[in-house]
Design a protein around this ligand. Structure first.
Ligand code: PLP
Length: 378
């Protein structure tokens, strides 16, 4: 018998499968709320004004080899991208420039947020941890990515959202963390946290609630993986949306930092509208003591060497065009300001559209769908 004939049909991706159903639906009142892509009033995905300007600069400077270079990028991305993105994330966003100065960030450019989570997952399961907990509910692709990149079936769900009240299950979450902790376990557990705009519930902890949760996670020596796919889309302010990251890296609260590193998976897909260009990053924030010449400082070199090895075997090197756009925006002060305004404009308009949708929905049809009800109320 033929092996190739016996390959079963894989189930459709939960989100992209819905898109395909949408495309087949003949109803002319249909609205696609599945994949998170920002569209203008004409239903088009148009570049943000800041991105358009950066594209023009890139075209204008075509004789400048820095911009007009179609060669491979280095395995872990360009140095410029590392400088600009770490400056944006750790200096502009959370005001912790010493993390960069003290050599405490191991950084790679990734294939957007999905790529960052894949590399983090491969790295963590190879060296640090073999179990991860993710929220119930979570982005449908999380367990898929984590399963395929080392965690296999060791993925569990922590209570997060109560569909009846439409609120955060903070007490159940705290209880779960403690009751499932085993002091005998030789390896720490990993935990995935959504930085802002929790997908799919839209419910985020308040700062006070994050403090309670992060204190426990830190005490239990877990490894945090922060998924920051929506920086800026919660409040409209790129910097205000970083309270989770800022808290985790608050040295007055956690002076010894994160013993086994803190993993930040970040994406410019949504907040620069660079979806298809696959621009993002993975930063591993190391504990203090990485200053040049200190015994710990070799830790970063070792980690970088392993990240390089993983990337080389997975896709060799990241794509160039989108990261050049991000580089221009992040390094030209006027363009950066324009971008900050673009994000605010997008979020204001999204909120207006959401309100209009809410007002026009047929509530009798929706009343039995607890998750949709929760998302719309929050
Ligand atoms: N994390 C969450 C919660 C998401 O919703 C998404 C995209 O929808 C991603 C990560 C990754 O997106 P991308 O790979 O396009 O950056």
């Amino acid at each position: 018998s033929s092996l190739i004939k016996n390959i079963p049909l894989a189930p459709a991706d939960k989100i992209l499968g819905l898109t395909s159903e949408f495309n087949h639906d003949q109803n002319n009142k249909k609205v696609n709320l599945t994949v998170g892509i920002y569209k203008d009033a004409f239903g088009k995905v148009t570049p943000f004004p800041s991105v358009r300007q950066a594209q023009n600069l890139l075209n204008k400077n075509h004789s400048n080899s820095k911009y007009n270079n179609l060669s491979y990028l280095p395995i872990t991305g360009c140095k410029d991208f590392e400088t600009n993105v770490t400056n944006f994330l750790f200096n502009d966003s959370i005001n912790k420039p010493t993390l960069i100065e003290d050599n405490r960030i191991s950084f790679i450019q990734t294939l957007s947020g999905t790529g960052a989570i894949s590399i983090a997952s491969t790295f963590i399961t190879k060296f640090l941890s073999n179990e991860i907990i993710i929220p119930n509910y979570s982005w449908a692709n999380h367990s898929n990515i984590l399963q395929k990149n080392g965690f296999k079936n060791n993925i569990n769900h922590y209570p997060y959202y109560d569909p009846i009240t439409g609120k955060l299950s903070i007490n159940k979450w705290k209880q779960y963390l403690r009751s499932t902790h085993s002091s005998k376990s030789t390896m720490p557990r990993s935990i995935l946290l959504h930085a802002s705009c929790h997908n799919p519930t839209g419910v985020d902890p308040t700062l006070k609630q994050w403090e309670e949760i992060i204190d426990i996670i830190h005490e239990l020596k877990m490894i945090p993986i922060i998924d920051m796919a929506y920086q800026g889309l919660e409040t409209g302010n790129l910097f205000q949306d970083c309270q989770l990251l800022k808290l985790c890296l608050d040295e007055s609260r956690y002076p010894k930092g994160w013993k086994n590193g803190l993993f930040l998976c970040q994406s410019f897909a949504k907040n620069m509208g660079l979806y298809g260009e696959r621009v993002g990053s993975l930063s591993i924030v190391l504990p203090p003591g990485q200053e040049e010449g200190s015994p710990e400082s070799v830790m970063k070199d070792k980690i970088n060497s392993q990240l390089k090895r993983i990337v080389r075997g997975m896709y060799s090197s990241p794509p160039g065009y989108g990261s050049k756009i991000a580089n221009i925006i992040l390094s030209e002060p006027d363009l950066k300001l324009r971008w900050i305004k673009d994000v605010k404009f997008m979020v204001d308009r999204l909120n207006q559209v959401r309100l209009m949708l809410y007002e026009r929905l047929n509530w009798n049809d929706l009343i039995n769908n607890e998750l949709i009800m929760g998302c719309l109320f929050h």
